[in-house]
Structures are given as C-alpha cells and as structure tokens.
Design a binder for this molecule. Structure first.
Ligand SMILES: CC(C)(COP(=O)(O)OP(=O)(O)OC[C@H]1O[C@@H](n2cnc3c(N)ncnc32)[C@H](O)[C@@H]1OP(=O)(O)O)[C@@H](O)C(=O)NCCC(=O)NCCS
Length: 297
C-alpha cells in the first residue's frame, strides 16, 4: 500500500466500519439528505428539492432500499459508525460500491439492469416533483457512457466503482470518508483490481490524497441549457500492478485530459488496449465468500 494512503485511512478507535443492512436505511437517509446537497450535482439534478422535500426523501429512500435489499450482489453498502463510548454507536457516513465485476453473475446482472431500466426508472423519474427529468436522464446517459468509455474500455471487468460516498456534515473531516474509501482500496489491492469513481469537488480532494488519479473531466449538460455539472473521472490502481499507476503513466490521461460528453452519442473515443487480469498470487473473485472480511488489511 502506498504510505500516504495508509496514513490517511489509519483506523481510528472512535470509528468502526461494518456492512449496512436494511435496518440502517433511515440512518443512511439522514446522512445522505444532510451531506449530498453539498455536492453540486444534487441541486443540478433535483432543482425543485426545496419545494418538494418529501419527494427527495421518498425516492432517495426507494433507491437506497434497492442497494440494501439487492439479491444479486451488485451493490455493497459500508457504514462508518462513531463510537463515543464502548456500547454506543452512531452511523455517521456510508459508501455504496458497485461490485458486480467482482461477482460472476454476468447474465443475471444484464437481465437485472434491463428490468431496472425498463420497469423502474422512467416512471420513477416522471413522478418525482423535486427533480428535472431531462437532467436526470442526461446524468444517467453521460455517466453510463463515460463509464464504458473511460473505465470499462480500459479495465474490462477488472474494476469496481464507488457509487456514493457521504459523511454527515457534523462528522466531516474526521476520517470517516477516508476509512470507507480505504476499505475499497484494501479490497482493490487484494484483488488487484482498479477502483473507478465520478468525483464531486469535495470527493476529488480526498481521492487525490488517497492515491487516485484524475483521468478526465466529464460534463453533464442538457442541450440548449446553460447549466452543467462537471465530474472528475478518477481511478485508483493498486501499486505494483501492471496497469498505469499515475496520471503520467496513464496514456488515457494524457490523451483524454478533457472529455466533453454532452449526453449521447460519445464524441471522443480512446484507442487504448485492455489491461491484464489479476497478477498471480492475487485472491480470485471466486474465493471471495464475504466481501466484508475476505481481505485483511
Ligand atoms: C467527500 C466526503 C464524503 C468526505 O468525507 P469525510 O468524512 O469528511 O472525509 P475525511 O475526514 O476522511 O477527509 C476529508 C478531509 O478531512 C481531512 N481529515 C481527515 N481526518 C481528519 C482529522 N482527524 N482532522 C482534520 N481533518 C481531517 C482529510 O485530509 C481531508 O482533507 P481534504 O478535504 O483537504 O483532502 C464529505 O465531504 C461529503 O459527504 N461531501 C458531500 C458529498 C460528496 O461530495 N460526496 C463525494 C461524492 S464523490
């Protein structure tokens, strides 16, 4: 592990991590609704959230329930708890990881995604009064196209994604976010896989400190609108890996320092080759019976 990253997510005696369950849904929701509006994409996608806070709460709860009740091992949610005394614990931060590449259920997964898109997402969007339909669609189109272009094309199935990271504002800057990302970094090192993320400005600072590199800036924008949000597409590549480990080494970083993706179709394409699979000696995905405990620090 790179020394800087290790120093930053040194476990604190007052913080502990565990896998979240459905029982944690309301606690996650409180953290999310306090923290995520600090990320500019929140107001961009949900510009009417102040007029319709109950919709924001309702649809965020619905989405998080999907993460927590997921039967297909697509998502894993980790919770950071503050422990002011021996037997008191308070959830203060959480991270949602998309781990479908770690599991071997591709066929089921593709089917699941199709169903989600067709059955849930459009009606979901049209009903919510807090959001802007076109922007939400632009967000989904742009992030999914960028994921394919920037991450899947480079890493194939050898990356997993940090989807959401949030720390309650009262507990920010105390190391919870770093520990949650550190959990993923240890897993990435253990499996010799990369981590991908579309970072907010607050997240970007933290990820840079933990050894992630920025590979592109991704613009989310609806045609003919002036408003947009910019996300930093970032990767963490374990040290000692045969894959690029710094921005300087990453050919895609120099060639694709700025990608302007205004919904679909994609305007720029990388010509890079794919990356090699896990190095010999790395744990295989099949050996991972328990994501939470399979890779010791
Ligand atoms: C991004 C976010 C999750 C970080 O969570 P966090 O718990 O504050 O993260 P950490 O405490 O580990 O690190 C944050 C900063 O605190 C610093 N820090 C860590 N431990 C610290 C401590 N004990 N004392 C003081 N500062 C500390 C870190 O160095 C880091 O500094 P930096 O921002 O200058 O890089 C949080 O700011 C947040 O919820 N933001 C809104 C939502 C968002 O943007 N999410 C990211 C989406 S990609």
């Amino acid at each position: 592990m790179a020394p800087i990253a290790k120093a930053l997510f040194q476990p604190s005696p007052r913080l502990s991590l565990r896998r979240a369950s459905v029982a944690d849904l309301e606690a996650m929701l409180e953290i999310a609704l306090a923290a995520l509006p600090m990320d500019p994409q929140w107001d961009y996608r949900f510009p009417h959230r102040r007029a319709y806070p109950s919709d924001t709460r309702k649809y965020t709860r619905m989405r998080y329930r999907e993460f927590l009740e997921d039967q297909n091992e697509r998502w894993v949610v980790m919770l950071a708890e503050h422990r002011p005394a021996q037997d008191s614990r308070e959830p203060v931060a959480f991270a949602v990881w998309e781990i479908k590449n770690i599991r071997k259920q591709k066929t089921v997964q593709i089917q699941l995604e199709k169903n989600l898109n067709v059955l849930h997402r459009p009606p979901f969007r049209q009903r919510r009064r807090d959001g802007d339909c076109k922007r939400m669609q632009a967000w989904t189109d742009t992030t999914s196209a960028s994921k394919k272009l920037l991450f899947d094309s480079q890493f194939g199935a050898s990356h997993f994604q940090l989807q959401i990271l949030a720390t309650h504002p009262e507990f920010q800057r105390r190391g919870a976010g770093g520990q949650l990302v550190g959990w993923g970094i240890q897993l990435a090192q253990c499996l010799n896989m990369a981590i991908s993320v579309f970072a907010s400005p607050m997240g970007e600072r933290l990820y840079l400190r933990l050894g992630f590199v920025s590979v592109a800036s991704v613009f989310v924008n609806v045609e003919k609108e002036l408003e947009s949000v910019v996300l930093a597409a970032m990767v963490y590549v374990p040290s000692g890996s045969s894959r690029p480990s710094s921005r300087k080494d990453a050919p895609m970083a120099t060639e694709m320092s700025l990608i302007r993706l205004v919904r679909l179709p994609i305007q720029t394409r990388s010509a890079q080759g794919s990356f090699q699979g896990p190095a010999s000696g790395a744990k295989t995905r099949e050996n991972l019976d328990d994501i939470g405990g399979a890779c010791p620090a």
